[in-house]
Design a binder for this molecule. Structure first.
Ligand code: ADP
Length: 486
């Protein structure tokens, strides 16, 4: 019954391009039979049919034009006209009555056909429009469904309106209908080691800030116990007036890349450990040899001191490699002590000035600043900044080092007048293994580890490191850390 009513309601057929012949044919024929039955058997007055036949059949024509398009309207109109002619024939009209009856039927027939064609055409046009819109929507849904990345779309309130199969495959669960960013996390999710809820996730952030979130990494523990890594980007979606109406995120499973990275880190860690011992021995042997050798040949001594210098370089490189891999695995330890930062700067400057006498390092601060820090690690940061300043100032020029106090922080700056760093690269140089890619800079040796290590060291001291630079004008590197109050 319900499905019959559903079928009879023409609204339910909008957008479906199926136009029945039999429904209008059978229904109109039934009404004709009923109408004849009524006038002959119930009312017993065959002439009664005139007025109500017009209203009833016009209604049927309108209905079927709207339900079954031009076909429905035309079938009903033709049957109606046949019925009118049948009435004229069976009621024995004669003379003027017969002529005007036939004339009226022809005029009404033409009107009915025009009416049903117009309504039928409108209905069919609406169907085409609705169908192309729903096709478009279906195509979009198919694209989202088959994308090789996980996709989630929420409305402006953060309620999930679509999550594709790929995401459910990656996560190993299905996203419940009506899930919102206010709900509890479906699976244990961590970002930078901290557990997070959906309201701290990228979609929530995109909705709150109106800005996209790019390439954030999350570790998710699946129901089957497997840990996976997802890289997620999310963006708010604005309407024409600029109002946020939705948010969308894409997630890529980067677990295998992560595993590969870990294997690489493990390899670097192992290789640098293995290299450390023979290099240390090599250096010791060379030093012993230089002390023991009894020769006046300057050439031999020069070669030996070159070997020593290169071995020291190698030693530093391996120690940087070790530091990087310790940082990756969180194994770099810090031994904090209280000391004067200005003393450390003085010592470092002196040491470097001796090994690079061509460059003048200027430091004349008399300020006493006490800090609580790992002395060796801060020495490492200072050395790195100073050696970079020397390395990237091929034309020479002085290097200025300053120590300032600002509120309860000590700020150290190292300024050079070297090649400088283009603005767009300034943030990236603190990333692991990043080097400025410029034909000119390519000539400088290095592996891009120093600033990364320095940044991580400063982070562990509740400190900061940053740069101000202009290409071809030079750079000033700063680092800051809390002053130890006495
Ligand atoms: P490395 O010097 O071994 O390449 P770093 O991490 O110390 O690695 O530096 C990263 C990059 O930053 C360098 O390759 C260089 O391009 C740029 N850089 C660092 N210090 C300076 C400086 N003082 N002047 C110009 N460029 C610099």
């Amino acid at each position: 019954m319900r499905s019959m009513l559903h079928e009879l309601n023409p609204i339910n057929r909008l957008g479906k391009r199926s136009y029945s012949f039999w429904a209008p044919f059978l229904v109109t024929t039934t009404f004709i039979i009923l109408s004849e039955f009524y006038v002959y058997v119930i009312a017993k007055d065959p002439m009664l049919v005139g007025v109500f036949a017009i209203f009833l059949f016009v209604a049927l024509i309108l209905y079927f034009s709207f339900r079954d398009g031009i076909r429905g309207g035309v079938v009903t109109s033709v049957l109606t006209v046949i019925y009118y002619l049948y009435i004229i024939y069976t009621r024995n009209y004669t003379g003027q009555q017969l002529i005007s009856g036939i004339e009226t039927t022809i005029i009404l027939g033409i009107l009915y056909l025009i009416l049903s064609s117009i309504i039928g055409w409108l209905k069919q046009t609406i169907d085409v429009l609705l169908e192309s819109e729903s096709n478009e929507r279906r195509r979009l849904q198919a694209i989202i469904e088959q994308l090789p990345v996980g996709v989630v779309i929420t409305n402006a309130q953060g309620r999930v309106i679509r999550a594709n199969k790929k995401l459910e495959q990656i996560m190993g669960i299905s996203i419940p209908e009506g899930f919102t960013i206010e709900d509890k996390q479906l699976l244990e999710t961590r970002h930078k080691g901290k557990s997070i809820t959906p309201s701290q996730g990228p979609l929530a952030q995109a909705l709150q800030t109106g800005k996209p979130v790019i390439g954030r990494e999350y570790m998710i523990t699946r129901k089957d116990g497997r840990q996976i890594y997802l890289q997620v980007s999310a963006a708010p979606i604005h309407n024409r007036e600029g109002k946020i109406i939705a948010a969308a995120s894409i997630s890529t499973d980067v677990t295998s890349q992560k595993e590969m990275e870990k294997r690489k880190d493990d390899f670097v860690n192992m290789a640098s450990h293995e290299l450390k011992t023979p290099i240390t021995s090599m250096k010791l042997y060379i030093e012993t040899l230089m002390n023991k050798i009894d020769t006046d040949d300057e050439k031999v001594m020069k070669i030996l001191s070159r070997i020593k210098y290169q071995t020291e370089n190698l030693q530093e490189l391996v120690s940087d490699l070790l530091d990087v891999s310790r940082l990756q695995t969180g194994k770099l330890t810090f031994n904090k002590e209280i000391f004067y930062l200005d003393d450390l700067i003085e010592e470092t400057v002196q040491g470097l000035q001796e090994s690079a006498p061509a460059q003048r390092i200027m430091y004349d601060s008399k300020r006493r600043v006490k800090v609580q820090a790992d002395r060796f690690r801060l020495y490492q940061v200072l050395t790195n900044l100073l050696t970079n300043a020397i390395k990237y100032s091929p034309e020479g020029g002085e290097i200025k080092i300053k120590l300032q106090k600002q509120a309860n922080r000590a700020i150290v700056s190292v300024q050079d007048y070297g090649i400088g760093i283009p603005r767009e690269q300034q943030k990236k140089i603190f990333d692991r293994l990043y080097q400025v890619t410029d034909q000119k800079e390519k000539t400088f040796p290095g592996l891009g580890m120093g600033l990364y290590i320095s940044k991580e060291i400063m982070k562990r001291h509740r400190g900061n490191i940053w740069v101000e630079s202009q290409k071809d004008r030079g750079s000033t590197f700063y680092f800051s850390l809390p002053i130890k109050q006495t």
